[in-house]
Structures are given as structure tokens and as C-alpha cells.
Write a protein that binds this ligand. Sequence first.
Ligand code: ATP
Length: 616
Amino acid sequence: MNNTSIDSRQKVADTSSVRVEDRFVYQDDELIDKAFNWKQFSRLFAYIKPYGKQLLPFILLMMVLGTITKLAVPFITGAAIDNAIQPANGQPSLKLLYGLTALALGLYLIQWVANAYRIKYTNIIGQRVIYDLRGDLFTHIQRLSFSFFDKRPAGSVLVRVTNDVNSLQDLFTNGAVNVMIDCVQLLGIIVILLLINWKLGLAVILTVPIMFFVSTKLRKVIRRSWQEVRMKNSRINSHLNESIQGIRVTQAYTQEQQNMKYFDNMNLSSKQSWDKASALNQMFGPLIEITGGLGSMILFGFGTMLIASGEIEIGILVAFANYVSNFWDPINRLGNMYNQLLVAMASSERIFEFMDEQPSVADKPDAKPLPRIRGDIAFHHVVFEYEAGRPALKGIHLNVKAGQSIALVGYTGSGKSTIINLISRFYDIKSGSITIDGHDIRDVTIESLRSQISIVLQDTFIFSGTIRDNIRFGRLGATDEEVEAAARAVHAHTFIEKLPKGYDTEVEERGSVLSMGQRQLLSFARALLADPRILILDEATASIDTETELRIQEALKVLLQGRTSFIVAHRLSTIRHADHIVVLDHGEIREEGSHEELIQHGGVYNGLIEAQFRFL
Ligand SMILES: Nc1ncnc2c1ncn2[C@@H]1O[C@H](COP(=O)(O)OP(=O)(O)OP(=O)(O)O)[C@@H](O)[C@H]1O
């Protein structure tokens, strides 16, 4: 693609870029780095503690050994020049040279072994820490209440478990130990240089701050520009994800061109950021070399003067040159590490923010397990708000006898799903109470409550795995025979048998290979296997063919038998069979009774039924 076309496309794209790109950004995930924070740092390092006692002393020993042997070699080289190759008495000694060479080789070997073990064990610690951190975070997120997920896009939660944890990986695997090594090494070199010749030492050390400054500042700019590239790429990914998920809608509304324009815009922007970051990156090497060159100039200029004045011998200058060349690496790494630390601070802040988030719905300290229930459910003047000041339910009063089936009907947004969410205590109510067999659901453990309730949602979630696994999700200990019996009972067996591998057919994430009706039958089988006392069903609105509809009705009869059930009903056929119909309007019960009673009454329900007939 030539530049002119890129430029012209950029102009077109600019107008819509802000709006579109903003759609794919989670504001609090934009934070790149954060100032150093001791409290957070120590909290992070508490993760090392369990392993520290076992492995840290060994790692420290290897670190000291590696550093001492590394620092000794240039000194031996200098000694070899001044005492064996060009001694002051003019008589070179091959024996001494061989001896010193063997010593240097031995030291290299020790250094190599010490480093290998150090790297191995720091990696072990690092991996264990990341494993623990990721596990803790995932366990914690799983326990968080619906209200937490209501506020955040799934992508934002994902970023924390993957990217943020990964960005800490470097810090734990080698970062922390490297900092220690580099500090010890730098300090060691400085002491040695000053001991060998303090004048030359001082002159060389002068370049350290310059080097450190160049290294940290430039790296910061480079890091930010790479971060921008990553951010833009992640926007591309989000857009790609949305585009693929919504491809049917895009094609149906012939929005491909427009979508392409969005994509092109982001693609171009990512390319430009990459160009910028890469250009900056290329500057880094030469700049560091120039600064290093400055140090060497000082060393050789001043060193030659000292040799001329007879203050030092040539071997000392060689040793100095060796030490100085070992200078740049640790300074460079320290600069890099400092930047990495700031990134890690931002990541750990985000991780701990999630970890500190308490589930808004939790067991009371004296919560008791709910005994096996009959299934009487009562709502006593229940008021509930998702957001303060906007009640979604305004005083619901309802008595349901065990084994009854209740259909909830009403216009969209009237509060049907809210009622069913409250029975499982996914949210806590503002006032009033909900009781099951006379037990307030806030006084019993959540686990014992939810384990006796099954929910079949409108958007039936099919996990990737086999059909069998998906049904067994209802009760993990169920045998193959029980799985099959459940499928037969809800008439799902017929279609499963026709699949290429029957119950072992792999279904994709979200079950896109299955039709809506089939997915629903699978979820019925799953619910039946769980054998709950209370069944909650958010009925799918999608129109399905009459035969599947009949099959689903048959399956429902089996499923509802002997249980208390709440059905958010959209289909007339379901409503007709319910024992009791509750008509909701703006968070209040407007009418209730049987189908016949409500039709006779001629109110909201009658209106809904007539409307449905008009559309049929
Ligand atoms: N997670 C949420 N956060 C904030 N408000 C919500 C949330 N879920 C629902 N609401 C609001 O609560 C009210 C009741 O919603 P609810 O989902 O119970 O309606 P519904 O009758 O089930 O609608 P539908 O038939 O469209 O599914 C609506 O005004 C809705 O905007």
C-alpha cells in the first residue's frame, strides 16, 4: 500500500476514530505505570514467603558466588599482564601465566554453574508465585456477586487475570534477584576500582549517573510507545472479536464497508504507533554506546596520563577497562528494571483492587445450611434496587405453595428476571424478606440454598466439551446412564443420537453447532439431572418450529413435575399450563390468578395475550 493511499484513508478515518476507538477501551485498564508503593510491594512479595525459606538462601548463595567469581576475573587478567606477561623485572613467567589462566577458567566454571542454578531456582519461585496469584485471583473473581460483573465489561476482568498477572511474571522470575545481583556487582566494581586506583576510579565513576539517566529516561519513552502499540493491538483484537461475534448482524445490515473502515482506521493507527516505537528503539543502542564511549574516553585518556607519569602499570589499565565494560550491563538492566517495576505497580494495583472487592452477597457469620426443602416460597413486601434510587421491584408480595408452577409475565423491563435473580440470592434486597419453607434466605448458607435451585436461562450457556459433559454439569457425579436417562426424559435423546458421535460429540463454546431448541433441551436435561426442589426458567423468546415447541412443552412437563417452578414466560402455551400467573408492571404486581381468571378480568394480561395473537 502506498503512502498516499494511507494518508487519504487516514483523513477519512480521523473523523470517526475517536468515537470508534473509545468503544474498545476500558478506562481504568489504560494506566501504564504507577509510582512505587511500599505497601503494595510488600503485599506482592508476601507471595514469595512460602517458598522464600526453602529456596532464597540457596539463591542468594549462588548469587554471591556468581558475582564474586565474575568480579575476580578482570583482576586476575590485570595481575597476569603485570606479573606474568610484562613484569617490572622484565622476566615473563609462563608458569605463573598458566596458573592464573587455570584459575580464571576455574572461576568461569564456578560462575557458570552458580548462574545456572540461580536462574533455575528463581524461575521455580517465579512460576509458583504466578501460579498462586493467578489461582487466588480466579478463585476470588468466581466468588464475586452479580453486581460486580454488572459494572464491568468481561474484557476488563479478563485483562486482569491474563495481562496483569503476566506483567508481574518478569518481576518475580528474574527481576528481583537481578536487581540484587546488579546492585552488588555495581558496588563491588566501584569498590575494586577505588581500591586499585582511586583517581582513575573516581574519573570513571563520574559517568555512572549519566549512563543511568540516559538508560532510564530513554527506556521510559520507548516503553510508553510500545505500550501504545499493545493498546492499539488490543483494540484491534476487541474489535475483531466483536466483529466475528456479530458477523451475522453486520452482513444482514450490509455494514461490511463501514466495519472495514473502522478496522482500517485502527489497523493504520497501530501501524503508525509501531513505526514510532521501532524508530525510538533503534536510537537506544547507539545512544547507550555513545555514553559508554564517553566513559572509555575518560578511562583511556586519563589512564594513559597515569601510565606516563608511572603511577600505574598497563595491566591495571586493562583490568580497569574490563571492569568498566562490566559496568554498563548492570546499569542498563537496573534502568530497565526500574521501568518494569512501575509497570508491575500498576498491574498489582489493578489485581489487588479486584482481590479487595468483597462479594456484596455473602454468608452471615451464623448462617446455617438450609435443610432439604419442600419448596414453599414467599416474598414479603420486597423492595429491590440495582442502583440506589431506582427501584426495580417496589414491594412485591407473593405466596407460592410447594410444587406450584408460577408464570411471570409483563412488558419488557417490568421486573420478571429480577424476581428470579432474587430467589437464588444473586442480589440482596433493600427491604422486606424472601423465605423458603419459612427460612429467610439471608439466614442460610448460599451454597445450601443454590444447590437446591436450578436455573435455566434464556441464553442457554453451553460450555466447550462433549454433550455428555454439558448435561453432567447439572450433577458432576452422575453416571452415563443417569445422563442418558435425563436426556431421554426431556426428549433430547433423539437429536443427540443423530449427532456424528452421539453423546461424545464436541460442542463449541456457546454451543453454536446446536440450534436454539436443541440447546434448550440440553439445558433441561442438565436441570433435571440436578434434581432441584425449585426450578427457575427464563424462557427463550426465539421462535422455534411447532415440532420443537411441542417437544419442549413435553420436556417441560417432565421437568416441572413435583417441583416449585418460576417461569418467565413468553410463549402462550407455557403460560396456559401454569398454576398461577403473576403479571408485573414497572416492578409491581398488577394482576394475578389463573389463565381463565385473568382473561375474564380483561386487564394487562388480556392485553398481552391479544397482542400475541395479533402477531401470530
Ligand atoms: N444489572 C442491572 N443493573 C441495573 N439495572 C438493571 C439491571 N438489570 C435490570 N435492570 C433494570 O431493572 C428493571 C427490571 O429489569 P428486568 O430484567 O427484571 O426486566 P424483565 O421484565 O425481565 O425484562 P425482559 O422481559 O426484557 O427480560 C429494568 O428497568 C432494567 O433496566
